[in-house]
Design a protein around this ligand. Structure first.
Ligand SMILES: *Cc1c(COP(=O)(O)O)cnc(C)c1O
Length: 359
């Protein structure tokens, strides 16, 4: 069977050369005679893979030495708990921007450990935009300021990073990491579940400014404690060795594509093709406000659930799968991360045109 264009929000498409390389190395990695899955995480051969993953990510994102690069388990959601447990220990208050479902869940989890100041919210408007921020609403004593830079479910993004003042910026980049250059120096903490733009699910990429280590709540579980992870190179217990290996392959592929700046150019073009079509379509409408449009998750609908359903089915027949929107939004969502080729977008626009003609 041929591979399809998979518009899943995550676990999402991986670059074909990455999968082929993993397939080639699956039974026997290099001259080791074993699969990566069968290697001790403490072995020299595995540590080379691990170190290369860190080196490649540092290179791709230009991560300064002042930041630790960690690969914890538990996806991005685990960090919703780890963040307050590691950082909410000064004033005990944190600022959160409520820009979507994951942002909301992150703030709800933080409430279990301290005071959460929701500085702005678009919840009442079904998260159809990223809310404007007023400095006056920020807590000047906040231990940190939390955002979700790209709202995966709704298809919105911050087109400018907020300046939280003295509080470190803590950002969930799960669905936009490596899709465009981010200046790591502007952040205290970056975290991202791997299954959108990096590799298999279950793993998280965590980048922490080192001066933020050592502040954890004494009740913080050891595996969530960033200092413990940093002191043990993410290997306090057995890490997700295979996911880290896959991430390494993906990072290598990204560098071959010209790195993150080159990816951004392609991603702007890809998203632009879809939004251009939506803006002139008489049938399909974009679901969010123009100024907040995501480049990674394009949400749209016909305004008629039965037609949406028919479209999703027709697209699937043409080999374009997983276009159904999230269960809370309905409609359609095309997740178009780095691994989605421009041809996939072209094919999607063709199917939309065809459907519109026949509607
Ligand atoms: C997917 C996603 C999550 C959840 O990731 P898990 O790995 O399932 O925990 C959190 N935040 C954002 C922005 C996401 O896109």
């Amino acid at each position: 069977m041929d591979r399809v264009y998979n518009f899943s929000s995550g676990p999402a498409m991986l670059p074909l050369p990455v999968l082929e390389r993993a397939q080639k190395e699956l039974l026997c990695y290099g001259s080791t005679g074993t699969s990566v899955m069968e290697m001790s995480h403490r072995s020299k051969m595995y540590l080379e893979i691990y170190d290369e993953a860190v080196v490649l990510l540092r290179k791709l994102m230009d991560i300064p030495e002042a930041y630790a690069v960690l690969f914890p388990q538990g996806g991005a959601t685990q960090q919703f708990s780890a963040i307050p447990l590691n950082l909410l220990t000064g004033s005990g208050a944190a600022d959160y921007v409520d820009s979507g479902n994951f942002a909301f869940l992150a703030s709800e989890e933080a409430k279990r450990y301290g005071r959460v100041n929701v500085v702005a919210s678009s919840r009442a408007d079904q998260y159809t935009y990223v809310p404007a921020l007023e400095k006056a609403a920020f807590d000047p004593k906040a231990d940190y300021f939390h955002i979700v830079a790209n709202n995966t479910i709704y298809g919105t993004r911050f087109d400018q990073l907020p300046d939280p003042g003295p509080a470190p910026l803590v950002a969930d980049l799960s669905s936009c990491i490596l899709s465009e250059p981010y200046d790591v120096r502007k952040f205290g903490v970056i975290y991202a579940g791997a299954q959108k733009n990096i590799g298999p699910s279950g793993m998280c990429v965590l980048i922490v400014r080192k001066d933020l280590l050592g502040k954890a709540n004494p009740l913080c579980p050891k595996l969530l404690n960033w200092t413990v992870l940093a002191d043990n190179d993410s290997m306090y217990n057995t890490p997700n060795t295979f996911a880290i290996y896959m991430a390494k392959l993906c990072f290598g592929w990204l560098l071959e594509q010209g790195g993150v700046a080159a990816m951004e150019r392609v991603n702007i073009e890809k998203a632009g093709m879809l939004y251009d079509y939506l803006d002139q379509s008489k049938l399909f409408k974009g679901a969010v406000q123009q100024a907040s449009r995501s480049r990674m998750n394009v949400t749209f609908s016909t305004g008629d659930a039965a037609k949406d359903d028919a479209f999703v089915k027709q697209a699937a027949k043409a080999g374009l799968i997983n276009l159904k929107g999230h269960r809370v939004t309905g409609g359609m969502r095309a997740s178009i991360y780095n691994a989605m080729p421009t041809e996939g977008i072209r094919a999607l626009v063709e199917v939309m045109k065809q459907f519109e003609l026949e509607a």
